[in-house]
Design a protein around this ligand. Structure first.
Ligand code: HEC
Ligand code: HEC
Ligand code: HEC
Ligand code: HEC
Ligand code: HEC
Ligand code: HEC
Length: 278
């Protein structure tokens, strides 16, 4: 029997779909029987490490949302197994995180096609033990638990070792974070490294984390508007941010600076209101 071309083409697509389904099924079976990366990585990962990964994943936001091992460990187009996924594996679901990460100091080298940033390349002080750590999504995130709580401060301090960073732990902000807690996410009242350097932003009803770590630094007073003013007055925030010693102390005391601008504004307002009252 002669088939029409159109039907044949549809048949081809169906066969392809079937193949994909069989591949996925195999993958799933391998997972269920815990066989998955062991043969592929040929002994690089022990059974106990694999059990731990499974446990972390099972309790994660990803497992709840049906994001499973193959969502990241399988190339979308070629369907090939990927042992060490990069930011590209996150892109299809977290476009905004990837895009903003690539624009900041942390990610820009990857965007430019260079090797990832490492602490060895830094001008500011970094932990000796982290010199060769490469910057990618999995540097701050445990990609299997995707718990953002340890990403907000602890992860930063595995690399950063300057006075400002180290002084954070003595600040009232750190105290609030420690007291408020609420795993797995830092709560709204907390002020972490990420609150100031990877600020949460509302984009069409959803709150997303801006991963561009340069964004709130340039210009310096952008942080006042985008971060501090959620909780402090504009004057308090400016007087804090433009005091270099207070920045170095990571805001561990109230501001002593009195920016003249605010005095001028007050004088002007006084003048104006006295005119109106006449
Ligand atoms: C959200 C994406 C994502 C999911 C879901 C995910 N992984 Fe991973 N996995 C990664 C990334 C990223 C790495 C780190 C690669 C690297 O070290 O550069 C990794 C690393 C690994 C490694 C290597 C660890 C090592 O120390 O070398 C194993 C094994 C692994 N994953 C197994 C799994 C299993 C099993 C599951 C499902 C229970 C899973 N992964 C789910 C992204 C994911
Ligand atoms: C197939 C889609 C998909 C892929 C691929 C994916 N994610 Fe997710 N991710 C999700 C969904 C869905 C959520 C849950 C969103 C929510 O609860 O608001 C999530 C949540 C998260 C969270 C927040 C967890 C929390 O407690 O708020 C982080 C962090 C995260 N993913 C990181 C990653 C990283 C890093 C990668 C790549 C290595 C990745 N994801 C790959 C879909 C995906
Ligand atoms: C410098 C550390 C760091 C790096 C690198 C990093 N993240 Fe994050 N990410 C965080 C922190 C901290 C939070 C939570 C901040 C908060 O809730 O205030 C977060 C939150 C998230 C969330 C949940 C909030 C949202 O916007 O949906 C997702 C998803 C996410 N990251 C994905 C990624 C992906 C994908 C990459 C790689 C392109 C990446 N992250 C790289 C530190 C990092
Ligand atoms: C893998 C190590 C590593 C981790 C983890 C890390 N950083 Fe960085 N960070 C760097 C390096 C390296 C630089 C570049 C410093 C330089 O050029 O002197 C940098 C630069 C920065 C800068 C300066 C940006 C600029 O434009 O000058 C800020 C702010 C920053 N990091 C904040 C954070 C925060 C907040 C976290 C945690 C959420 C974090 N970092 C996690 C390595 C790291
Ligand atoms: C309350 C807000 C706030 C918190 C919390 C905070 N920072 Fe900062 N950070 C700043 C400000 C403001 C600057 C100074 C920007 C400037 O000099 O223009 C700065 C500067 C930096 C720089 C130096 C950038 C450069 O190029 O010199 C790094 C690195 C950094 N912070 C990392 C961290 C880390 C890591 C933590 C947590 C342990 C942290 N910060 C907590 C506000 C904050
Ligand atoms: C989520 C709310 C929140 C954000 C955002 C925030 N703070 Fe705070 N800050 C607080 C709270 C609460 C305190 C403690 C007030 C108290 O105990 O009197 C505090 C205390 C301070 C102190 C005084 C510390 C002391 O020891 O008395 C300074 C200075 C400060 N913040 C500066 C800043 C700056 C600058 C920014 C922005 C870069 C900022 N804060 C962002 C909530 C916030």
């Amino acid at each position: 029997m002669k088939k029409r071309a159109g039907v044949q083409r549809r048949g081809g697509a169906e066969v392809k779909k079937e193949k994909i389904f069989v591949c996925l099924l195999c993958f799933f079976l391998l997972l269920v029987f815990n066989l998955f990366p062991v043969p592929v990585l040929a002994g690089e990962v022990s059974q106990s490490e694999l059990d731990e990964i499974n446990n972390l994943w099972r309790n994660s936001a990803h497992a709840l949302a049906d994001v499973n091992c193959s969502s990241c460990h399988q190339n979308e187009e070629t369907k090939k197994f990927v042992a060490k996924p990069t930011h590209e594996s996150c892109q299809s679901c977290h476009e905004d995180s990837v895009d903003t990460f690539l624009l900041g100091k942390h990610g820009i080298r990857i965007l430019e096609g260079l090797s990832p940033l490492t602490p060895a390349m830094a001008h500011i002080p970094m932990k000796e033990s982290a010199m060769d750590k490469q910057m990618n999504c999995n540097t701050c995130h445990n990609v299997h638990s995707v718990n953002t709580y340890p990403a907000a401060v602890d992860s930063c301090l595995t690399c950063h070792n300057d006075t400002h960073s180290l002084n954070y732990q003595d600040s009232k902000h750190a105290q609030i974070f420690a007291d408020a807690g609420s795993l797995p996410r830092p709560n709204e009242e907390s002020v972490t490294c990420a609150t100031c350097h990877l600020p949460r932003q509302k984009i069409n009803q959803t709150t997303l984390v801006n991963h561009n770590n340069t964004y709130t630094l340039l210009p310096r007073d952008r942080m006042v508007k985008e971060v501090c003013m959620h909780c402090h007055s504009v004057e308090y925030a400016y007087n804090s941010i433009f005091d270099d010693e207070l920045v170095e102390a990571n805001f561990a005391r109230p501001p002593t600076l009195k920016l003249e601008t605010f005095e001028l504004v007050r004088a002007l307002e006084k003048k104006r209101s006295s005119k109106v009252n006449k």
